[in-house]
Design a protein around this ligand. Structure first.
Ligand SMILES: NC(=O)c1ccc[n+]([C@@H]2O[C@H](COP(=O)([O-])OP(=O)(O)OC[C@H]3O[C@@H](n4cnc5c(N)ncnc54)[C@H](OP(=O)(O)O)[C@@H]3O)[C@@H](O)[C@H]2O)c1
Length: 369
């Protein structure tokens, strides 16, 4: 920013509402735009929306380009709400800051500065040099924009993707059902929620133990979102997977042979991935937690109790991973709780109003704060 004071004092409720809409639009790109950020953009004139856009699959066109296309000549004198600083560099297309200047917009609201060295404030400077009023948000909206782009920001700052650890357990903290029992831990609705998480990540990673136990396909099975399935990756010391696993036939399967979680992530970062969903078993999850490589934990907790006297694990999987008591954790804090009714009930805990709880925990402070 130049020396001008930010416009924050004059932001109205509708400014915040339009920016919130832009944040929602940006979310549509998650899992489809790496290595680019998932950006949303809304253009308004006299309080009416004249253009909306979000980063398109593969990262282009950018959100501003899409919204400007809809607004057409109406963009002259309009207000723009964009969740990330408009780009200032020439890539496959010209800079978005330049396109906004050419369109003659009068005001640009930006939720978050872009840390990319090619932008880093230059987008805002270009707009201000063209006498466009710029408002850089510094409050809760700024935090929401950082959350939306946590994958992009983590890759920029740490050269690795962000990691969401997903775990599903019964009441006793077990991620596995006793031998011979149905493998499903949570009900259909919670399962669908989990598949939405798959759609919003670039890569889904499991250890070989999970491949051997479950022979999973790791795709997104929500109607219409199959094409948004993440790239599957397996951590293993083996050079190949036996042919009889479903994943062996996947043309883009990534095998990660490094024992170090950080090295695995650096490799995925070099390929431009920004968001990894860690859906492996307790052993791989423990290694990632120990290596300080988990940014979010999403715990699907079923009301069921899979205790079975014929099945005697000495400690629960949550204990094995060292996260049996999240309320005493200082590294993560609860950011959201979702409750889904469940249709799965075993004989021990069959209750009509049984619910699956989904706890979302976030790092209290990102590494790069
Ligand atoms: N409820 C849930 O959310 C959930 C999710 C996934 C799995 N599961 C269950 O978990 C069970 C499998 O658990 P698991 O612990 O055996 O599977 P896992 O953690 O997925 O896989 C362990 C394997 O990962 C590889 N690996 C690579 N780097 C590693 C490292 N740094 N640390 C540890 N392992 C590393 C090793 O393969 P190599 O031996 O080839 O080197 C190791 O044997 C199954 O019963 C499955 O159904 C539950």
């Amino acid at each position: 920013m130049t020396g001008k004071p930010p416009l924050l004092h004059s932001l109205t409720k509708s400014d915040r509402d339009f920016m919130s809409l832009a944040l929602h639009l940006g979310r549509r790109g998650l899992g489809r735009v790496a290595p680019n950020p998932a950006v949303g953009c809304v253009i308004t004139k006299q309080g009416k929306i004249i253009g909306r856009g979000w980063t398109q699959p593969g990262g282009r066109p950018h959100a501003e380009t899409e919204a400007l296309l809809q607004a057409g000549t109406e963009a002259e004198g309009a207000k723009v709400y964009v969740t990330l600083e408009p780009c200032a560099h020439h890539g496959q297309t010209g800079p978005c800051a330049e396109a906004l200047i050419k369109a003659g917009v009068s005001e640009v609201h930006v939720a978050l500065k872009d840390p990319d060295a090619r932008v880093a404030g230059r987008g805002i400077e270009m707009l201000e040099a063209a006498s466009i009023v710029v408002a850089l948000y510094e409050d809760d909206i700024n935090i929401l924009a950082a959350e939306l782009n946590s994958g992009f920001l983590t890759l920029q700052h740490l050269k690795r993707p962000m990691v969401t650890l997903k775990i599903a357990t019964d009441q006793n903290g077990m991620m596995r059902t006793p031998p011979g029992q149905d493998r499903q831990i949570t009900g259909t609705l919670a399962q669908r929620r989990m598949h939405l998480m798959r759609a919003e990540h670039d890569v889904i990673l499991v250890g070989r133990g999970t491949v051997e136990a479950d022979n999973p396909s790791l795709n997104c099975r929500l109607p219409g979102l199959g094409s948004q399935s993440p790239m599957p990756a397996v951590a293993t010391s083996q050079k190949t997977l036996p042919d009889d696993y479903v994943l062996s036939g996947h043309p883009d399967l990534i095998l990660l042979n490094d024992i170090s979680p950080l090295n695995m992530l650096k490799k995925l970062g070099q390929k431009g991935f920004t968001r990894v969903l860690l859906e492996g078993g307790p052993r791989l999850a423990k290694a990632f937690l120990n290596d300080n490589c988990v940014d979010e934990i999403v715990h699907f907790q079923s009301p069921n109790d899979f205790k079975d006297t014929s099945w005697p694990p000495e400690q629960s999987d949550l204990q094995l991973m060292g996260i049996e008591n999240m309320s005493s954790q200082t590294k993560y804090s609860l950011s959201r709780l979702e409750i889904w009714s469940t249709d799965i009930a075993n004989t021990v805990a069959a209750k009509e109003d049984a619910k699956d709880n989904v706890f979302f925990y976030r790092r209290v402070r990102p590494h790069f704060d």
